[in-house]
Ligand binder design. Sequence first.
Ligand SMILES: [Mg+2]
Length: 313
Amino acid sequence: MSKAIDTTLAPQYFQKFPVHIHKDEPVVKEGSSAAVKMFERLVPEKDTRSHAVGPYGDAYAICYPEGDTEKTKLAGEIIEALWMYDDIIEALPHDEAALEHATVKQMLAGNKDGKAPGRKTLMTSIFRDARDRMMALDPKGSPWMIGVLRQYLTEYDGNDNTYNDIEEYATFRTLNVGFRIMSGFMQWTTDIYLNEEETQITKDFYMASGRVMALTNDYWSWEMEKRESIDRSAGIRNAIPVLMKQFSLNEKDAKIFAKGLTVDAEEYMWKLGLDLKKTGSETIKKYVDAMILLMGGSGFWSATCPRYNTAQK
Ligand SMILES: [Mg+2]
């Protein structure tokens, strides 16, 4: 059983999702720490600012508080590596990024001796063993999760579209914020697998959850992202500049607007979740509860983590 975190001690956390932490947080934390160390070794010149460190504990222990300990630890290691890899790949020209993705996908498919096109592919060695390690922990559920990972890499935001409309942007962003990965590992760590019918029934809830995560991430990561120069014509992927442009708002007002949209998105998602809990199967009920804990963990970590909340270079 996980422990509840008293969120009233962090007044900036404006959401109302409950937040829990894994009973084995020190063990879970080893996963994300291992990924950070690996990146520091492979690409010492890059900034390896953690996506997991926070004053209340490891992000993955907070996002997956009810997960199996070993699986949650491995999930943390893989996701942390993926996000650090994203940081690096974002700065690459589109062609090179596509090549990198193709290599990683091949590795996840089980082809371990894919040719290494260039030095940057060193980074992808991180994913070399991910597949086998996942299979060793869970031969039944892992093929599904590996499929989710491969789909993420296929659909990865490679376009340079500019969005002028917040609804259009949010629709794109919902599936492009890493939500598939985060919710997929939520299911993998807790053994919650939906059948086809259950997947259909929960589809709106799934999309609504993705919207919450997208807006929450944009709200909290904006201060960091606006300081960073990102080498892409479309600029920073964030709702704040879209809102500023669409409604001619200054930055401060656009942030408040984004906060309001996040609260609205949360209310809608929660309502759908409660409806599902009234009528859904036992699996659906567990799925809704775990998703709510994931939203709480993701939002609370974002609201308190040094990555987003301290002035950095
Ligand atoms: Mg962001």
